[in-house]
Design a protein around this ligand. Structure first.
Ligand code: 5AD
Ligand code: SF4
Length: 439
């Protein structure tokens, strides 16, 4: 019997990387690898990286440096870099950090077994192509293990929007949708393995336009097909662009019971002048009217957004317009970032906002969204929600799950098992989660 080799994967960035890391672990499973939770006893370390903001890449280099001791002790240890930093930096990673044996871009994960074999022969392995074959098809032969009740499923990758600040169109490439039948069979397989909730992933997920049995399906069309799968109880999707929010998708929020009342819809800024410079091709007003229509379809929907502060040439008045928009929308969640210069993107060449000014604006914006988040969570007290239980809590009989609105909910003496969905009355609101009782 051969002893399994150990694989340690560290994942940075977005949910798509979480999904990709699972696929990479499965691909290397075929090469005799099992996952381990620590780099210390690993035979291969893979960093699945994110390039969306500057510090992420720097973190990768400093993380790599820390593996020197491990590699000195065990020269057989292989170190690989995957994800968007791998795509963007390519060979440069091996030049800057000679410890690295393998560099693989997001479109080439199905080639990992060959690349791994190459490193075992003592060679360096690099693949950052955008190959013609469908990586998902090659990756799908995975072991049929039981899965956690909430899973991600990538339906679309890449982006053609070219927002002036963003590297995604360069690192993930042009927008590509997977054919619907492949997504549906993957979804059925997940459900067979215990999954009750699927979050459809894509950098521009609502631009989905995959081939279906009778022509292309929109994202709403795909959601209605998923709706038919028995045992699948909840559907979510992320991340959407305001300009791709089709009428059928808005309507589905009111009519599809499995579609959860939560929508992540980034606007980035509330100033039309900045939105134009960001190449967002929507205005603050058109975004607000869109949210009105979504709320007309599903009045209790919780809205979530992304914001960038300190974009080049942002004035105090522009920033104030963003705060005004946030006040008007009233978000349930929001993610905010200080603008980070990405070489090669159009905004990198423009006059930058002073860093202290941007930091101070970010603080003000975060104070506002923290207040909104807090009051959206507190407003759940006294309400009945449905909870999908994901894991046991710290106390005997306690379970932790997610509500339809994506809040974490703790339930004492739940009498439930992982994977159960139950009606829960919310009794209190804590720092980062709710507590409730089964009804
Ligand atoms: N600087 C800061 N934030 C960025 N984002 C994308 N690119 C940048 C950048 N250069 C943010 C956007 C996007 C989220 C995933 O990351 O808000 O929606
Ligand atoms: Fe980047 Fe999103 Fe803009 Fe595409 S739509 S360029 S992924 S911020």
């Amino acid at each position: 019997m051969t002893v399994p080799k150990k694989l340690f994967i560290k994942t940075y960035g977005c949910q798509m990387n979480v999904y990709d890391s699972e696929r990479m672990a499965e691909a290397l499973g075929g090469q005799g690898y099992v996952e381990t939770q620590s780099p210390d006893d690993a035979d291969m370390i893979l960093l699945n990286t994110c390039h969306i903001r500057e510090k992420a890449a720097e973190k990768v280099y400093s993380e790599l440096g820390r593996f020197r001791g491990l590699k000195d002790a065990r020269p057989d240890l292989k170190i690989g870099v995957a994800g968007c930093v791998a795509q963007a930096e390519g060979e440069e990673i091996m030049r800057r950090q000679p410890l690295v044996d393998l560099v693989v871009g997001p479109q080439s994960y199905h080639r990992l077994p060959e690349l791994e074999a190459k490193t075992r022969n003592g060679d360096k392995a690099l693949d950052t192509d955008f190959p013609p074959e469908d990586k998902f098809e090659v990756l799908k032969n995975r072991p049929k293990s039981k899965r956690a009740p909430a899973a991600f499923l990538t339906v679309q990758e890449g982006c053609d929007k070219f927002c002036a600040f963003c590297v995604v169109p360069y690192t993930r490439g042009a927008e590509v949708s997977r054919p619907a039948d492949r997504i549906l069979s993957e979804a059925r397989d997940l459900v067979d393995r215990g999954v009750r909730e699927i979050t459809l992933l894509g950098q521009n997920v609502n631009a989905y336009h995959g081939a279906g049995a009778t022509g292309d399906l929109t994202l709403a069309g795909l959601i209605w097909e998923l709706d038919k799968i028995d045992g699948l109880e909840r559907i979510r999707f992320t991340t959407s662009h305001p300009n791709d929010m089709g009428d059928d998708l808005i309507e589905a929020h009111g009519t599809c019971a499995k579609l959860m009342p939560y929508l992540h819809l980034p606007v980035q800024s509330g100033s039309d002048r900045i939105l134009k410079r960001m190449n967002r091709s929507h205005t603050a007003e058109s975004y607000l009217r869109l949210i009105e229509r979504i709320r007309a379809a599903r009045p209790d929907i919780l809205m979530s957004g992304d914001f960038i502060v300190g974009f080049p040439e942002e004035t105090e008045a522009d920033f104030q317009a963003t705060l005004d928009l946030i006040e008007e929308v009233n978000y349930g969640y929001a993610y905010s970032f200080k603008y980070s210069t990405r070489p090669g993107t159009p905004a990198a060449e423009r006059p930058q906002v002073d860093d202290d000014v941007a930091s101070e604006r970010l603080q003000r914006l975060q104070a506002l969204i923290t207040r909104q988040q807090r009051s959206a969570q507190d407003a759940m007290v006294g309400r009945e929600v449905s909870v999908l239980f994901e894991k046991p809590g710290r106390f005997d009989g306690q379970m932790v799950g997610k509500s339809d609105y994506l809040h974490a909910v703790h339930v004492k003496d739940s009498g439930a098992a992982v994977g159960d969905i139950a009606r829960v009355k919310i009794v209190s609101s804590g720092a980062n989660s709710l507590a409730g009782e089964r009804v």
